[in-house]
Design a binder for this molecule. Structure first.
Ligand SMILES: NC(=O)c1ccc[n+]([C@@H]2O[C@H](COP(=O)([O-])OP(=O)(O)OC[C@H]3O[C@@H](n4cnc5c(N)ncnc54)[C@H](OP(=O)(O)O)[C@@H]3O)[C@@H](O)[C@H]2O)c1
Length: 335
C-alpha cells in the first residue's frame, strides 16, 4: 500500500529546471507537510545551480538518478512535451507518483501508455491542469451547478501570446512537441469540457509554421445538446484571453487570462449583475497539489476530480484537431 505515513511529509522531486519548474517549487514551498527534496537535470551543473538557488538538498545530474532517489515519493514532470511519456513512465516504474505538466502527452497513444503504466505499477498520475483547482474555477463550477443560464448554447474561449521565434524553441519545434494547441489550446478544451462535457464533433482551421506546427488555430466543437464551442489558441498574437458562456437566460464572462482569471461576471437578463472575484493567494500552481496528496493518501491512481478518462479525451481531441490541421509528430501512429 502506498501513501503518506502518519506524521511524514510529502517528498517531491522536480524533473527539469525550466521556468515552470521554478514556479512550481515556489508553490510547493507555500504548502504544509510538503518538502522539495531533489531536482534533476540533463546537466549536473544546471541541477546544482537550481538546487542551490532554491535550497533543495539533492541535485541529480540525470533523470534516472532522480528516479532511483529513495527520498522522493512524488515527481513533478516539467520537461518539454516530447519527454512527458518517457519521463513519467521512468518515474512510475521506479515507484514514484507523478504530476505531469500539460499536455499530458504528444498524442493519445502515449497518454494511453502512461495511464496503463500507472495502473500496472499501482502509482498515481495526474495531468497538471492547474486551472481546475483554482478557487475561481471551483466557484465557477458551483455557479454553473445552479444552472443560472438555463440551456447553454455557446462557449467561446481564446488564449494567445507572442512566443519567441527561434526555430529551436520548444513551442516552435515539432521534435519537442511544439504548437499552440498542445501548450495553450488545452486550456480552452478544458474550459469547454468543464462547462459542456464531452463534445460530439470538431472542425479545425489554422496556420502552421515552416516546421509544421500550429501557430494559430480555431476549432469548433459541436455537442449533442445543440451547443457549440469556438476555441482559439495562438503563439503569434496577444489575444483577449477571455471566455464566455452564453445561455438562454444570460451570459457568464470569464476575465483574462481565462485559464487563471481573477474573476467572472454573471449577467442574467433582468437581474443585477453578479461579480465573483477570487484573487490568487500565492503561487497558483500550488492549488492542484493538495488533490495529489489526498489521492495518494487514499491509494488512488487517478484523481476523481481530473480523471484519466478526461485526460484521454483531451489527447484524442488534440489528435483529431492536429489531423485536420496537418500537424504530425514523429511518434504519431507508433505505440
Ligand atoms: N502550467 C503552466 O502554466 C505551464 C506554463 C508553461 C509551461 N508548462 C508546461 O511545462 C513544460 C515545461 O515548460 P517550460 O516553459 O518550463 O519549458 P522550459 O523553460 O524550456 O524548461 C524545460 C526543461 O526541460 C528540460 N529538458 C529536458 N530535455 C530537454 C530538451 N530536449 N530540450 C529542452 N529542455 C529539456 C530542461 O531542463 P534540464 O536542461 O535541466 O534537463 C528545461 O529546463 C511543458 O510541458 C509546458 O507545456 C506549463
Amino acid at each position: 500500500m502506498f501513501g503518506k505515513a502518519g506524521g511524514m511529509t510529502y517528498r517531491w522531486g522536480i524533473a527539469g529546471t525550466g521556468r515552470i519548474a521554478s514556479d512550481f517549487v515556489d508553490g510547493l514551498r507555500q504548502l504544509p507537510d510538503t518538502e522539495v527534496v531533489a531536482v534533476c537535470s540533463r546537466s549536473g551543473d544546471t541541477a546544482r545551480a537550481f538546487a542551490t538557488q532554491r535550497n533543495i538538498p539533492h541535485a541529480h545530474s540525470s533523470y534516472e538518478a532522480l528516479a532511483s532517489d529513495p527520498n522522493v515519493d512524488i515527481v513533478y514532470v516539467a520537461t518539454p512535451n516530447s519527454r512527458h511519456r518517457g519521463d513519467s513512465e521512468l518515474f512510475l516504474r521506479s515507484g514514484k507518483h507523478v504530476l505531469c505538466e500539460k499536455p499530458f502527452a504528444l498524442n493519445s497513444i502515449e497518454a494511453e501508455s502512461m495511464v496503463a503504466t500507472a495502473r500496472h505499477e499501482g502509482r498515481f498520475i495526474m495531468e497538471a491542469i492547474w486551472s481546475r483547482f483554482l478557487p475561481v474555477y471551483v466557484s465557477l463550477g458551483e455557479v454553473l451547478a445552479t444552472q443560472p443560464l438555463g440551456h447553454i448554447t455557446h462557449v467561446a474561449a481564446d488564449i494567445g501570446f507572442v512566443a519567441p521565434t527561434q526555430k529551436a524553441h520548444r513551442l516552435n519545434d515539432p521534435a519537442l512537441g511544439g504548437g499552440a494547441l498542445l501548450d495553450l489550446g488545452i486550456y480552452c478544451l478544458h474550459f469547454a469540457r468543464f462547462v459542456l462535457g464531452d463534445h460530439d464533433t470538431v472542425v479545425a482551421h489554422g496556420v502552421l509554421n515552416d516546421q509544421g506546427v500550429d501557430v494559430d488555430a480555431t476549432y469548433t466543437l459541436g455537442y449533442k445538446s445543440g451547443a457549440t464551442a469556438t476555441l482559439r489558441s495562438t503563439t503569434q498574437h496577444e489575444t483577449p484571453c477571455i471566455a464566455t458562456i452564453t445561455g438562454e437566460r444570460g451570459v457568464i464572462h470569464v476575465e483574462s487570462r481565462m485559464h487563471r482569471p481573477p474573476g467572472f461576471r454573471v449577467q442574467i437578463h433582468g437581474e443585477a449583475e453578479r461579480y465573483y472575484r477570487h484573487d490568487e493567494l500565492g503561487q497558483g500552481l500550488r492549488h492542484q497539489v493538495p488533490e495529489v496528496h489526498r489521492c495518494i493518501d487514499q491509494g488512488f491512481i487517478e484523481s476523481p476530480r481530473l480523471t484519466h478518462s478526461e485526460t484521454m479525451s483531451y489527447a484524442r481531441t488534440m489528435d483529431e484537431i492536429r489531423r485536420q490541421l496537418g500537424v504530425r509528430y514523429a511518434v504519431d501512429g507508433i505505440a
